[in-house]
Design a protein around this ligand. Structure first.
Ligand SMILES: [Zn+2]
Ligand SMILES: [Zn+2]
Ligand SMILES: [Zn+2]
Length: 154
């Protein structure tokens, strides 16, 4: 007989209920807690410790779509995650839930690009000419241009 992998309830010592699905175990363990939100709809055994996720779950039963798209396209959903997905896909929305990390990343990406474009890139020849001009301080700037040809003559 093949051993089936089961998840055993660890929320309570005298409860040894087993589950084949991890999600079922999590729901069951949540139901042990006095703070659990347990769904009372017939035939539904949903339980969670998180009030927001319980509200999302309840909305699924009632069909209430309280999360409306703020971009005025008429999109409504019971699931805030689905609304965020919709806003990203349809309106190019960038959620700032992670401390504005998205914005910071794009900003730091922009900075070196703009710096490269605006900053004049010194060519190796120009910098060596400038160095030679700096070295021969007694000679005027015109000599700096003449330096490469003088070098050729040597
Ligand atoms: Zn249990
Ligand atoms: Zn339910
Ligand atoms: Zn929309």
């Amino acid at each position: 007989m093949a051993v089936k992998k089961n998840y055993v309830c660890s929320a309570q010592a005298d409860c040894n209920k087993t589950f084949t699905k991890y999600n079922d175990l999590k729901k069951h363990e949540a139901a042990h807690s006095p703070n659990a939100h347990i769904c009372r709809f017939p035939g539904c055994d949903f339980a969670t410790l998180s009030k927001p996720s319980f509200e999302i779950h309840s909305d699924r039963h009632t069909g209430e779509k309280r999360h409306k798209c703020p971009h005025g396209c008429g999109f409504k959903t019971h699931n805030p995650a689905a609304l965020t997905r919709h806003r990203k896909a349809e309106h190019g929305h960038l959620p700032l839930s992670r401390g504005g990390r998205t914005v910071a990343t794009s900003a730091s990406h922009m900075t070196p690009l703009t710096a490269c474009q605006t900053k004049p890139q010194p060519s190796p020849a120009a910098s060596s000419a400038a160095a030679l001009a700096a070295a021969s301080t007694s000679v005027p700037a015109a000599a700096a241009a003449a330096t490469p040809s003088a070098k050729q003559l040597q």
